[in-house]
Design a protein around this ligand. Structure first.
Ligand code: T4K
Length: 375
């Protein structure tokens, strides 16, 4: 009989900069007295991230959700936007906050991403864009999505919250669509405690977004339009600069942990794990298992509860589906009958603890527990 872990093993553990290095950066910020409003740290971070993410047009924001809202405004989206129900609440909320009606599209069973073959049937005269999510860091079918967008004159705004550093055939994910949003929340592969970035396919969009994140103020005498406050501050930018130096090692560590999970969970009836996609440079943000209740003998919820007894804190990302939230379930496209795959996936998917420093013996024990609790 396996003993529970002495301390909780959480879904993730944030990557931290060396405290001495951060102290030195803080001293520089203190000496400058510039704490916010596009200071030197934010400018340096934007330059370095533009290089790392392979996008000349990049701006940072106070968080990914505000960045998405600003992207909607910068792209002048209105009417209806087609999106996925299998995502974090922020994706769909950012549309509603922009007075845009979300239209839910079903997903692919193997990638959990929006199913491009279901998009066209949802396009109406009011559709202005598609908002796909690269779920769990696995890129969407970007070519099919772009073809549909081009055919109907739609914008594509990618929620790339999970795809920091991901490449498709050597091309950064930011190279696809009009705008991509990266989240830098503390739980992400790379972070600035809270924060986010947008990458744009034109300098014009970056200019607009920069204006919108600073209240719409062009200069002290000129306010162009009602903007918001979406600025990142200097202290968080300093954390971001330091973590950029550590992110490669973090991704390497996550890859190793992922490979161990795949090895130990192989051949458990009813448990399916994902594999890498050929041509994709992955960043390993989440480790997800799919549970077939009949074959494994326990539901997703039951596995979640049993793991908790062993102090393993898994997460049911993304359950419930956004389309089943009280605030969205009356939208016609939210009907379960129109989203059969998304409902099935949300019922069967569980994220296990993953970060680049998770010890190998922890991974082995978590897998032993998953084997051991099977009735
Ligand atoms: N689009 C997508 C597809 C997203 O996944 C997200 C965010 C967004 C948009 C919006 O981006 P942001 O506005 O957040 O930049 C977390 C995150 O808060 C959220 O950023 C993330 N997605 C979502 C998938 O997960 P929770 O409610 O699950 O987080 P929480 O607080 O339960 O943290 C999970 C575990 O992480 C904890 O049990 C322990 C550990 N943890 C967490 C924090 C915050 C720490 O050890 N230290 C910490 O400081 O939402």
């Amino acid at each position: 009989m396996l003993e529970p872990f002495k301390e909780p093993v959480f879904i993730t553990k944030p990557l931290l900069p060396e405290i001495e290095e951060l102290s030195a950066m803080l001293e520089a910020i203190w000496a400058s007295n510039q704490l916010s409003n596009n200071g030197t740290m934010v400018k340096q971070l934007e330059r370095e991230l533009a290089g790392y993410l392979g996008s000349e047009q990049l701006s940072v924001f106070s968080n990914g959700t505000v960045a998405l809202q600003i992207a909607c405004r910068a792209l002048r989206l209105s009417g209806e936007v087609i999106t996925t129900p299998f995502t974090f609440a922020a994706t769909v909320h950012s549309l509603m906050w922009s007075n845009i009606k979300p239209v839910f599209c079903d997903i692919e069973e193997d990638t959990f991403n929006i199913n491009p073959d279901c998009i066209e049937a949802l396009i109406t005269q009011d559709t202005t864009a598609i908002l796909p999510v690269h779920v769990f860091g696995r890129p969407c079918n970007v070519e099919k999505i772009q073809k549909i967008a081009d055919k109907y004159g739609l914008k594509v705004l990618y929620d790339a919250a999970h795809t920091f550093g991901v490449k498709i055939d050597g091309k950064p994910v930011s190279a696809f669509g009009d705008v991509s949003m990266f989240s830098f929340h503390a739980t992400k592969v790379y972070h600035t405690i809270e924060g986010g970035a947008l990458t744009f396919n034109t300098p014009y969009l970056k200019e607009r977004a920069d204006l919108l994140r600073n209240f719409g103020i062009l200069d002290t005498g000129t306010v162009m339009e009602p903007g918001t406050n979406g600025k990142l501050n200097e202290v968080q930018a300093a954390v971001g600069i330091l973590l950029l130096k550590k992110v490669e090692a973090e991704i390497e560590g996550r890859k190793k942990v992922t490979e161990l999970y795949r090895k130990y969970l192989d051949n458990i009836p009813g448990i399916t794990v994902s594999s890498d996609v050929e041509g994709v440079t992955h960043n390993y943000p989440y480790f997800v298992i799919k549970i077939d209740r009949d074959e494994y003998g326990l539901s997703c919820d039951e596995v979640f509860s049993k793991l908790k007894e062993y102090n393993v804190i898994s997460r049911r990302y993304f359950y419930p589906l956004c389309s089943n939230f009280q605030c969205y379930r009356d939208i016609p496209s939210a009907a379960a009958s129109r989203l059969p795959i998304a409902n099935k996936v949300a019922d069967s998917v569980l994220s296990l603890p993953l970060h680049g420093r998770l010890p190998a013996d922890h991974v082995e024990k978590i897998c032993d527990i998953i084997k051991g609790i099977r009735p």
